[in-house]
Design a protein around this ligand. Sequence first.
Ligand SMILES: Nc1nc2c(c(=O)[nH]1)N[C@H]1C(S)=C(S)[C@@H](COP(=O)(O)OP(=O)(O)OC[C@H]3O[C@@H](n4cnc5c(=O)[nH]c(N)nc54)[C@H](O)[C@@H]3O)O[C@H]1N2
Ligand SMILES: Nc1nc2c(c(=O)[nH]1)N[C@H]1C(S)=C(S)[C@@H](COP(=O)(O)OP(=O)(O)OC[C@H]3O[C@@H](n4cnc5c(=O)[nH]c(N)nc54)[C@H](O)[C@@H]3O)O[C@H]1N2
Ligand code: SF4
Ligand SMILES: [Mo]
Length: 726
Amino acid sequence: MLFGRAKRNAVKIADKGAVEWKYATCGYCSTGCSLEIGLNADGKPVSTRGMAGADVNQGKACIKGIYEHELFESKGRGTHPLMRSSIHDDYQKVSWDKALGDMAGKIKAIQNKYGRDSFAIVSTGQLLTEEFYTLGKLTRGVIGTNNYDGNTTLCMASAVSGYKRSFGSDGPPGTYEDFDHTECLMAVGSNLPEQHPIIYWRLKEALEKRKFPVIVVDPRVTMFAQMADIHLAITPGTDLVLFNAMAHVILKEGLQDQDYIDKNTEMANDFHHILEDYDPESAAKICGIDADTIRNVARIYGKANSAMSIWTMGINQSTHGSDGVAAINNLNLLTGNIGKEGGSSLSITGQCNAMGTREWSSCSGLPGYRTLENPKHRKEIADFWGMDEAFFPQTRGLTETDIFPAIEGGQIKGLWLVATNPMTSMANTARIRKTFEQLEFLVVQDCYRDVETTQYAHMYLPAGMWAEKDGCFTNTERRVNYTQKITNPPGEAKPDGDIFRELAQYFENGKKLHFPETSAEVFEEMKQLSKGQLCDISGMDYEKIMAAKGLQWPMPEGKEEGSPRLYEEDASFQHEGGKAKILALPYNENNERPTNKFPFWLNTGRVVEHFHSRTKTGKIGNQNKFSPTPYMEINPDAARDEGVEHGSYVRLVSKRGDTVVMVQLTDRVPYDMVFIPFHFHDCVNRLTLGLLDPHSRQPAFKQSAVRIEAVDQKEAAELNADRREF
Ligand SMILES: Nc1nc2c(c(=O)[nH]1)N[C@H]1C(S)=C(S)[C@@H](COP(=O)(O)OP(=O)(O)OC[C@H]3O[C@@H](n4cnc5c(=O)[nH]c(N)nc54)[C@H](O)[C@@H]3O)O[C@H]1N2
Ligand SMILES: Nc1nc2c(c(=O)[nH]1)N[C@H]1C(S)=C(S)[C@@H](COP(=O)(O)OP(=O)(O)OC[C@H]3O[C@@H](n4cnc5c(=O)[nH]c(N)nc54)[C@H](O)[C@@H]3O)O[C@H]1N2
Ligand code: SF4
Ligand SMILES: [Mo]
């Protein structure tokens, strides 16, 4: 008898008939995989594969990447600009001239009547960097509103803010290759195997060659937690307490790198004083990790020759997100683990180009990590663009999370949403819906016509997506990578960059400022402006990027290779004087917590097969079929006590609203927590509170309180059948 392998049929990969392969960078997550898109003899995209020899992914791709070519022909794409005078009317197809002319007219009218900042723009982390730069030029140099931000405030704002406070600038200092050198990895609030599967594969590869301890901090027993050597199931929202306690132990036991501290850091006067309160016993009572375990992890981290931390939304999306990031940086500064092989504070970013928007969109300032507050920066950009610097505001305007309340308050009357879907992704969506209804003018620019926000818009602009245009994305490790244009946008849809350039022509300033026609020309402008900045890309061009399959900034002119790490030299931080700051970070308890009336923590996040509001993955059969129904994870003991069964439907209620989900029993969550992925419309964000971090203005999507109620099963099944299909 034959057993095992000998009996198995060889795996056959269907021949899709690809005869030509074109280079692209994945348009989903920030891992930044290099891909190749296969075209058949008719030039139709029929296949996607990981690019062999690419540093990031070495030929691999995850479930989202391998079906990415199917997006080009997915349902619901927008093919024509649409307009209507009121949100109660039907949309009419219009020409681009009519749409952009009317849009410019409306913007001017609103600005004339209510002031320049009364028209707001909210963008994304999913455009090409060249498009971000162009939108920034349009917003800062032509339209001139200061209320301009991106969905990165829901995502990376706390990491940016923490980096700026600790190091003097944004910019993740590490690289994936650090896994190959580190002696200890701490991963906080990151579900890497599902959300960044190829970074996770890089970590597993490193671990196969050389064992080192992995510590995962997450209230859920994720797949990552299951593979970890130590899993710290932290009380939600209390990570800062754990980090302070680790710093307490490191200093008390003399495990710090004093030489590094003396040369490279400035320590807050009250740092030691504040840490006194965070002895492991006191900390344990707040963060739920016992004192001995805190001591143990602090010792492992402190004694390792090199140690690194990675984190994602479990930290950023919290009321102490910025402080949490600064506290991780504190640990790495205390132990001399910045800018060194295997020693880093590496924020794992989210969207494919969350970094590109930070570097070049001018959302929080001016291009190339310049700020509005700095007169030299304002002058440099005004001179380069050929305009009066007095046109620029002198401080940053509102963030996305403050723009919506400003609409409620009547301060903002018009809004342009570019590649973001706040009806699903913002906290407390019932409130967002009412907010939209107050707008005099809402424009939605999206590659899908069926995105929910179009129900509240006056104008819809159809955009090209991903490889329907060419340009760059920057990944988590500052690697700039290129996507070729593979196919045209459907119908009359246009690349976002073209829409920005054409809209500029309807404004007076837009005729004066130069808006180049090709991505390559825009990239040249960015190169010029990057010279001497931290994010220097002046040594790159598209050919070099493609040949290297991605290059990491800084890469100044004359250099043939990128730089894997930042801050490798002593005193090379971006604060004045070159030193990093070790900050005193007291913890302040302010989350909504479970009560008798709302006894469960509501934790939210993602699953591997879906991306965000599912405008893309909800339409790809091989992804949607794995997770077609909104559901919640609940502990079997809690389910028994609540009298709910696996596979049944329940209603969840918070102080904001309610939603219906299917029950999935799992020990992944503790007794007092439910977890719901946020991919479904009218679902978990009807419940969330989204308290804001005071520094970054990022919402705490991971901490709210809910209760469970019974629901009519037939009605619930019908409702969810509707929600299953996009
Ligand atoms: N498949 C897929 N991949 C994606 C995305 C996607 O939508 N789908 N989105 C991309 C984007 S934009 C982003 S930002 C990233 C997000 O990537 P991740 O942050 O890894 O994903 P999340 O599921 O949002 O949250 C991660 C973990 O935080 C934990 N957590 C909750 N509360 C706390 C807490 O108080 N402390 C700690 N330590 N942990 C906590 C949750 O239990 C969860 O397991 O993923 C990117 N990759
Ligand atoms: N409860 C809860 N809520 C969350 C989170 C959470 O963990 N829990 N995570 C938050 C995070 S980290 C993020 S990043 C946000 C994401 O929130 P969103 O930005 O609202 O999510 P997406 O669904 O990615 O929306 C992007 C939109 O852009 C469109 N699009 C894609 N490519 C292009 C393009 O090239 N051009 C144009 N014009 N349109 C394009 C897509 O069709 C889609 O409608 O959600 C946040 N909300
Ligand atoms: S890991 Fe991220 S970048 Fe790589 S293929 Fe998957 S979704 Fe794309
Ligand atoms: Mo994100």
